[in-house]
Write a protein that binds this ligand. Structure first.
Ligand SMILES: [Ca+2]
Length: 577
């Protein structure tokens, strides 16, 4: 595909104009540069009119349990106080399950700022839900929708924390977790906004990371008529596939682990060895030795685990990998397969960010706990329901072929398969979103330990194919080198994607994201300047160093890169296992 290069911008508005001037001179607008697409009318500010009286707010199947003012400064984000707002708590669809006898409801809180921007934000939460995270509307990139004046709702998606993961025994709780909580809460939330401000939201947004990114991508197909902007970060949009792949990976690691801790299969020292070898081969491909590999697609061909990482001649001492370790690491990065060699999920790109502890936690710990519980109760039909105290042995002895099959099946009271209720239907069909002038930004780290950016790239390739190469007018994908799951890692993981999305939706401003470092991120190498910035380039473009300060985004251009989503030959979301 041909397109780009994009112009880039820098974070500080003071230098924005100068940078734009420079790059407009260097890179004239091209016919191949994605257009910003159509624009919706901007939101206009409003003022909170009601709060305590919202205790009397009525909506079908809704119970309000509290409504009161929260003073400015009680909450903060990024070290800055969040302004005064009204906190409304409640729940929808109180019920007792006829299947498992447990009580369920869709719990929520909504935070409605006194100084309102006219915008509404659905904060989609992570994990397997089950708790009402504070409705800050925080993106993990540094922004807070609440701080930006948006009215934000957060929910438990239909079950509470004590019901994780056994809520999967209840078919309705499965559907609420999968997609129906978002569909149920959205019109109620808009009605609550109207009751608070005297009018409904001018513009509506949804954002989340991980499972919240999944909710966001599901909403981009199921509820595109309800939202104007979608910001999905590290989306697990094929979560049932990924969970089975995680458990398959645990079984692989277990063949070379030296202790009960699967991390002994590939120690921190050995991961550093691989990262150093990747950097030695690939760091300079983008024009700068800076500890970041932007030419990821090229790197996958240039770097060879087998050929470039020393093979142990005797014992493992951290300076080498055994042949068996190499076989396992290659297979995990190559992607989980059934015993017949069919892909279960997706490949993962080699990237130096695998040194971060979060990568190891996802690879070695999560499969034996979170993924095992999710597959055992939520994603397989019928649910095998293993003892919760024995999830480790459930994972390590699981029949992978059967588990990969059972994410597609229905049975008895379970009338939707996990792949049906968890993933976006027709994921590349964004006709409704496009048709109403909606916009979507997707961000994914290259060293995500659980959800693969190769899967996201494959999805984006499918979207580009569907829209004949013009998808950049309404949806863009940004891969962040070094970044782990949602955030973290040796990466410029801080960004202004929510602001950029709003400007894209309401002003038609083409997003130009700049990544910066999080000072609290322990994975940042000491030799990097704390002020380092990098352009986040819209896939398939990659950042290329040109000249100037190596710590500054202004020294880079986004240049043409290859499409990389070749990890499986069927569109994302369709059956390939
Ligand atoms: Ca580099």
């Amino acid at each position: 595909m041909t397109c780009l290069p994009h112009r880039i911008a820098v974070a500080a508005s003071a230098t924005l104009a100068a940078a734009a001037l420079v790059f407009s001179a260097v890179v004239p607008a091209s016919a191949h540069t994605p257009t910003a697409g159509s624009t919706l009318t901007p939101a206009t500010p409003g003022t909170l009119q009601e709060c305590a009286s919202l205790n009397g707010f009525t909506y079908p199947n809704t119970v309000i349990t509290g409504a009161s003012i929260v003073a400015a400064g009680v909450l903060s984000n990024g070290g800055q106080p969040v302004g005064e707002h009204c906190l409304v708590t409640g729940r929808m669809n109180d019920r007792t399950s006829t299947v498992d006898g447990r009580s369920y409801a869709i719990g929520f809180e909504m935070r409605l700022p006194t100084a309102w921007s006219g915008r509404y934000l659905y904060q989609a939460n992570g994990g397997i839900d089950g708790s009402i995270a504070t409705a800050l509307g925080a993106t993990r990139g540094g922004e807070s929708g609440l701080q930006m004046g948006m009215a934000v709702i957060s929910s438990d998606a239909g079950h509470n924390g004590t019901q994780n993961p056994v809520f999967g025994l209840d078919p309705q709780a499965r559907l609420d977790y999968g997609y129906k909580a978002v569909g149920t809460l959205t019109p109620m939330a808009k009605s609550l906004v109207a009751a608070t401000y005297g009018r409904g939201p001018d513009r509506s947004y949804i954002t989340g990371g991980s499972n919240g990114g999944r909710h966001t991508m599901v909403a981009s197909t199921r509820y595109a008529d309800q939202y104007d902007g979608f910001l999905a970060i590290s989306p697990g949009f094929n979560l049932p596939k990924a969970a089975v792949a995680q458990i398959w990976g645990a079984q692989q690691w277990n063949t070379v682990a030296t202790t009960a801790d699967l991390a002994s299969a590939f120690t921190a020292q050995e991961r550093q060895l691989v990262a150093n070898t990747i950097l030695a081969r690939c760091d300079g491909l983008d024009g700068l030795q800076d500890g970041m590999v932007y030419s990821s697609a090229k790197c996958q061909n240039v770097f060879s685990l087998q050929g470039h990482v020393p093979t142990c001649k005797s014992v493992r001492d951290g300076t080498c990998l055994t042949r068996d370790q190499k076989k396992v690491i290659s297979s995990v990065f190559g992607g989980a397969e059934t015993s017949k060699g069919k892909p279960i999920y997706a490949s993962f790109p080699f990237d130096p960010g695998l040194t971060q502890p979060g990568w190891a936690d996802w690879k070695f710990n999560a499969p034996l706990s979170r993924d095992a519980g999710a597959v055992g109760y939520i994603f397989n039909t019928p649910p095998p329901a293993p003892p919760l105290a024995d999830l480790r042995s459930f994972a390590l002895t699981l029949d992978i072929d059967a588990a990969a099959e059972a994410i597609w099946t229905t049975s008895g009271v379970y009338t939707e398969s996990a792949m049906s209720f968890m993933t976006p239907p027709n994921p590349t069909n964004l006709d409704t979103l496009q048709g109403r002038g909606g916009k979507m930004i997707v961000i994914h780290g290259a060293s995500d330990g659980v959800f693969s950016p190769d899967d996201t790239a494959a999805w984006y390739d499918g979207v580009e194919d569907r829209y004949n190469g013009s998808a950049g007018g309404f949806v863009r994908y940004y891969e962040v080198p070094g970044m782990g799951h949602v955030s973290g890692g040796p990466a410029t993981d801080q960004h202004q994607a929510l602001s950029a999305l709003i400007a894209w939706v309401e002003q038609g401003t083409s997003p130009e994201l700049v990544g910066s470092l999080n000072p609290a991120n322990a994975a940042i190498p000491a030799e990097w300047s704390p002020t380092r910035t990098r352009p986040l380039c819209a896939y398939p473009a990659i950042a290329q160093y040109t000249s100037g300060d190596p710590e500054s985004a202004a020294s880079f251009l986004c240049v043409d890169g290859p499409r990389r989503g070749n990890s499986y030959d069927t569109p994302a979301g369709t059956r390939n296992g």
